[in-house]
Design a protein around this ligand. Structure first.
Ligand code: 4H7
Length: 246
């Protein structure tokens, strides 16, 4: 069971996504619990102000520390231990490995979503939090990264995917890209599916898929091959591929 909290100025960026597809079903099955907290509910002035101008001047606004600390205090008041995550471009990279780790986390995962120019630095100084980034690009807010991390982690919770093998077999689990997939019709606009997939020879199909996965990885992400610990079979297939290229 994965337990999450999201602290955000835009709860409606989170809620409709949680109400669809796998994230919805994971919650219905009791495998995921997400509580969305509107940062404005933790302000104390009549205008419900969550941001303010930066000290030292400059353009844009900064998220005030008090509402964020109050939101975290309110979550902590529930008595469950928490793991605080600030989604930020300055964070350590989010990976399949960290997604798996989140899925196994017994504490509540509390995602703090930054906005505007970011959060007051005392949020980092005063809260024991981890800063995590979904990639080297800038977004207008931390909400999409929080959704990305929850989505990627929940796939690892047993029972969320129909077939327990699915999470493991996907791209990156073994640092290889995926093999090509086909469904009906067998011929579409003159394009045929590979013969082997109709052969009923499961060993040959398994072999073909592994070979295509290796080929895909060589072509699209050669950097990933370095990290792969090759099986005997992989070495054989790689040799075959080398032969075929000559
Ligand atoms: C925390 C601090 C995550 C959150 C600063 C968040 C990219 C990622 C944000 C900022 C995010 C990621 C505010 C800094 C907008 C940049 C223009 C929200 N962007 N931002 N500024 N890669 N933005 O995971």
């Amino acid at each position: 069971m994965m337990k999450c909290d999201v602290i955000t100025l835009f709860p409606e960026m989170i809620r409709p996504v949680l109400a669809q597809s796998m994230l919805k079903r994971a919650q219905e099955k009791g495998l995921l619990d997400v509580r969305v907290h509107d940062l404005r509910d933790f302000t104390e002035d009549k205008h419900r102000t969550a941001d303010d101008h930066p000290y030292g001047g400059g353009a844009g606004m900064v998220l005030k520390p008090e509402p964020i600390f109050r939101a975290v205090d309110a979550i902590r008041a529930g008595g469950e231990p928490v793991r605080l995550i600030l989604t930020s471009p300055q964070g350590r990279p989010f990976t399949q490995q960290l997604a798996f780790e989140f899925s196994q986390e017994p504490r509540r995962l509390v995602f703090i979503c930054g906005r505007y120019e970011g959060v007051d630095e005392r949020v980092r100084e005063g809260l024991d939090l981890e800063e995590v980034s979904i990639g080297d690009y800038v977004l207008t807010g931390g909400e999409l990264p929080a959704l990305v991390m929850m989505d990627s982690a929940v796939r690892w919770v047993p029972g969320v995917l129909g077939d327990p093998g699915s999470a493991k077999e996907d791209s990156f689990a073994g640092t290889l890209l995926d093999y090509p997939h086909y469904t009906r019709p067998a011929t579409f606009r003159g394009l045929n599916i590979p013969e082997v997939l109709m052969s009923g020879n499961h060993e040959a199909i398994r072999n073909w898929r592994r070979k295509q996965a290796l080929l895909n990885t060589i072509k699209k992400r050669p950097d990933l091959l370095g990290k792969l610990d090759c099986t005997e079979e992989d070495r054989r297939i790689l040799k075959e591929l080398n032969q075929e290229r000559k």
